[in-house]
Design a protein around this ligand. Sequence first.
Ligand SMILES: [Fe+2]
Length: 353
Amino acid sequence: MKTSRVICVASISMIFALTVPSRSAIARAPVVCGSKGEVVASLLAVGDVGQPRRFLDLFDPGLAVAEAIASEHARSPAEALLLLGDNFYPDGLSRETLRDRLRMNVIGPFCSFLSLGGLHRSDLESACTVAETDRHPRPIIVVLGNHDYGGSQSAELEKFEVPRWIPEWQMPTSGAEVYELPGSISVIALDSVALHRGGDVSPLVEALRRSHGDWRILIAHHPLVADGYPWEKRYVSQIQSAVAETGKPIQMMLAGHEHLLAVGLTGLKEVPLQLIAGSGASARPAKSDLMGEVFSLVELGFVRIDLIRDHGEMLLRAKLIKTADSPIEWWNEPSVVECYWVDHGGIVRESRR
Ligand SMILES: [Fe+2]
């Protein structure tokens, strides 16, 4: 954060701190999920970030989350940023809005992941406030959400046009794709909107078949729901059948759509653990019953995944990290609110250890 901005934040905050109650003032005790092990690879994930900006950045919830993600990436760079859909509210992208929305919802908040090496660089770089020497360009692996299908051009623009402007932007051009990352992690990105609309599961089957990492992480916009509508039940069974057909289980699923932080122990051997981090720009209670829910918190935030080698054993650790409600809450530091582990065999372990 720049010095002038700190001064501005501090002075305005002195006024608001006395008058504005903070939801985050009801603090949970920090969760201890440390490990003496070695971090082999990391990922950062967040969903539903695509809100148009507020009139003042200082009050923008999405920027509070993005700043916390950027701090995590600066502290210990991740291999990739995963965006879990609803990237552009309310109706996705159009050719007319493309430039402004990329500046507003990608370049500005996530510049520390970008090289700015694509088309129209001169048109985009003024939206980035991070010096080139402080950036760590990484793939941004993105799935479509229901709002991204709002406009007739939107999904196609996100698949084919955005990568020309932002080379780090990677999105399945069919229903699913696999991205191989350091640490032998295969990220399988799934268009869950297509499946909810009756789509065929074969792209997911093919992506799973092509995956060759030791670890498989599924990312999709829609979480797994318990006792849901017929199309939600079909979605669960499609994922199960894809795993069964390929014999390639998924250790962890990351989803958005519900605007909160949550953990589900699904009881499914195909996908034993789901994490929801759809509070990338707003927070509200879930509309559906999340499968196997063991934790939920209506707060803004994101997820950090670390692959850890601990006494010769490899484990995936997921930390749910709560952030401030807006950048003006300079006193409200991001904090870990829950932490889960899963081993290669899909056995999930509780947090505090
Ligand atoms: Fe959604």
